[in-house]
Design a protein around this ligand. Structure first.
Ligand SMILES: [Zn+2]
Length: 336
């Protein structure tokens, strides 16, 4: 059982993580002489700017950053938050059990696929990133702001982008990711190919997009019998990725964020209703609290800032999202 195996491994990892944190704090506090020194300074500055109530502004935030070498963001297109809350989805429940669930996560007001994903992956609103339409229009070019992928690449990190929909290409100007792939339309194919790539190439930052819930939502209705079946498929696809990370050992130093671009009602998602904007948001990985619910509001733009923070990268001042330091366990180093 993954849950049992994970439970034991996770306990050991937490113990090891606490020891590492203690060590890092004792050893590295004054010099902070690691490759991320510049990134850390910026991350701290941004944390202070955003006045994140959860940040400890009197200590070196990066000294508390768990050892995360990979971030995997999985977006399940059109997956409503209440679907994950109510449908007892096996793999989502495993991640929630071993991670953090945001009870009030919202996408942007323009709750459509391209603008919302662009905000999730850039940390800024459509008026800044410029992707205000929702289909593939090659003549309109690409996103107007940097994304977490450009940030990662500028700092020498490897990246990968797996999507179902060609319109998401607008978020990825040529040369800004290590690999960009559209393996197929159903999530099984996407998950299998992404899993193979992630475990063989081990990119630092990866994005994987499933669209089964959205397709059936538009054709058969949100929370229809058919969409619930498609959500079950999406859950199994999440399991393909999770098991691949577990078998390869990557789970030990990977932060996984599971979210969506929007919800929906009837056959649409305009963003006018909260049910269109309420999205699932689960974080799971080294140093992340287990079985913990974040009660305050979380923006989809926080995904970008949290991913950058987790990788030790600078968070540019124009990013509106906040690094969600509250997903992490309180630093064990406070125990003198
Ligand atoms: Zn969508």
């Amino acid at each position: 059982m993954p849950r049992i195996r994970r439970g034991i491994g996770w306990t050991l990892l937490c113990v090891a993580g606490a020891a590492l944190l203690l060590h890092a704090r004792v050893r590295a506090q004054p010099a902070n002489a690691n490759a991320n020194a510049n990134a850390n300074a910026n991350a701290n500055a941004n944390t202070n700017t955003n006045a994140n109530a959860n940040a400890n502004t009197n200590t070196n935030v990066d000294a508390q950053r768990p050892r995360i070498n990979h971030v995997l963001i999985i977006s399940e297109d059109g997956l409503r938050a209440d679907a994950v809350d109510s449908l007892h989805l096996h793999w989502h429940e495993i991640l929630r059990k071993h991670g953090v669930w945001a009870a009030h996560a919202k996408t942007i007001r323009d709750a459509s696929t391209l603008p919302a994903h662009a905000s999730m992956l850039s940390g800024v609103l459509p008026k800044e990133h410029g992707l205000t339409w929702n289909n593939w229009r090659p003549h309109k070019g690409y996103i107007q702001t940097p994304t977490i992928f450009t940030d990662a690449q500028e700092h020498g990190l490897t990246t990968a982008f797996f999507t179902v929909k060609s319109k998401l290409r607008h978020i990825v100007p040529p040369g800004t990711v290590g690999t960009y792939q559209r393996p197929g339309y159903l999530c099984k194919k996407v998950a299998e190919e992404a899993a193979q790539y992630l475990t063989s190439e081990k990119p630092a930052l990866a994005f994987v997009h499933f669209s089964d819930p959205d397709e059936s939502g538009h054709s058969k209705g949100w929370m229809s019998k058919q969409q619930i079946h498609a959500i079950g498929d999406s859950d199994r696809c999440l399991g393909i990725l999770y098991e691949a990370l577990e078998k390869s050992g990557l789970i030990e130093d990977t932060l996984i964020i599971v979210s969506a671009d929007h919800g929906g009602h009837n056959h649409v998602h305009s963003g006018a209703k909260l049910i269109d904007r309420a999205i699932p948001w689960i974080a799971c990985g080294p140093g992340v609290r287990e079985d913990y619910v974040l009660e305050d509001e979380l923006s989809t733009m926080d995904t970008a800032a949290t991913a950058l923070y987790a990788l030790g990268l600078p968070i540019r001042p124009e990013i509106l999202g906040k690094p969600r330091l509250d997903i992490f366990e309180a630093p064990k180093a406070d125990i003198k």
